[in-house]
Design a protein around this ligand. Structure first.
Ligand SMILES: NC(=O)c1ccc[n+]([C@@H]2O[C@H](COP(=O)([O-])OP(=O)(O)OC[C@H]3O[C@@H](n4cnc5c(N)ncnc54)[C@H](O)[C@@H]3O)[C@@H](O)[C@H]2O)c1
Length: 234
């Protein structure tokens, strides 16, 4: 999803800073953007680390002349299991990346955006931020947390000219989902559970991210937008 959002916003003229722990994947995205005539740089960062997130904002400002939008999208599903069997280590890992990562990233971004008095932040939650899924206590809790934190920060920063919103993707065919849907039987089951009859594509999430980052969504504040083929409507 992050890759597709980077490609789409770059194609629409944004200078993009691609951030990931995975350097090779991030650099490949940057090369794709540059080959298509766009502007991009890669910054390796762990979104749970304050120095790293400060570094990603500094790099955007230093090399691209400013920061206007941020898509906080890094996340994992983590381990599965009922809460009684769920280890504290597994819990801490998911909460740390999915929720604390958004907190730490927004702090770094808002330090710059507040002084500028403008900007748009988009956080990736999940349909698991709205409804429960069996055996995913940390994922569901972390994504509900992302929705709540998005609304809370949106209220504090709207008067300062900064908009904060969340996207709630449903099952979308990305490397992360391939872990769950690699098995054709499981994939067919997941597809038939979607009112639209198929899984999402990361490009479809990127469209929502690009719109929320753009001035086209100038009155949209503190929203939590499902992009899920109708799963949460059913
Ligand atoms: N794919 C789905 O079905 C689905 C559904 C709902 C929500 N989501 C959410 O969408 C977001 C993107 O997921 P995706 O499906 O594109 O997965 P993905 O695994 O393809 O991408 C996630 C990226 O986050 C990076 N990452 C992980 N931990 C990091 C860290 N500590 N610091 C920096 N980068 C880190 C990974 O290297 C990876 O490139 C996640 O927040 C995920 O929870 C995905």
């Amino acid at each position: 999803m992050g890759r597709e959002a980077a490609l789409l916003t770059a194609a629409r003229g944004a200078k993009v800073t691609v951030v990931d722990l995975a350097e090779a994947k991030g650099q490949a995205t940057v090369q794709t953007i540059i080959s298509a005539g766009g502007t991009a740089q890669f910054v390796r960062a762990d979104v749970t680390n304050e120095d790293d997130t400060a570094g990603m904002v500094d790099a955007a400002v230093r090399n691209h002349g400013g920061l206007h939008g941020a898509f906080n999208n890094a996340g994992i599903i983590g381990a599965g299991g009922k809460i009684s069997d769920y280890s504290l280590a597994d819990w801490n890992k998911v909460i740390s990346i999915n929720l604390t990562g958004v907190f730490v990233s927004m702090r770094a971004e808002l330090r710059y955006l507040e002084a500028q008095g403008a900007g748009s932040i988009v956080n990736t939650a999940s349909t698991a931020g709205l409804i429960a899924y069996p055996n995913l206590p940390a994922d569901v809790a972390s994504k509900h947390g992302v929705v709540g934190l998005t609304k809370q920060v949106a209220v504090d920063y709207a008067p300062k000219g900064i908009r904060v919103n969340a996207i709630l993707p449903g099952s979308t065919m990305t490397p992360l989902a391939a872990e769950s849907f690699g098995d054709p039987e499981l994939r067919a089951k997941a597809e038939s559970a979607q009112p639209i009859g198929r899984l999402g594509q990361p490009e479809e999430i990127a469209e929502m991210a690009a719109w929320l980052l753009s001035d086209g969504s100038s009155f949209v504040v503190g929203g939590a937008f499902t992009v899920d083929g109708g799963v949460t409507a059913a």
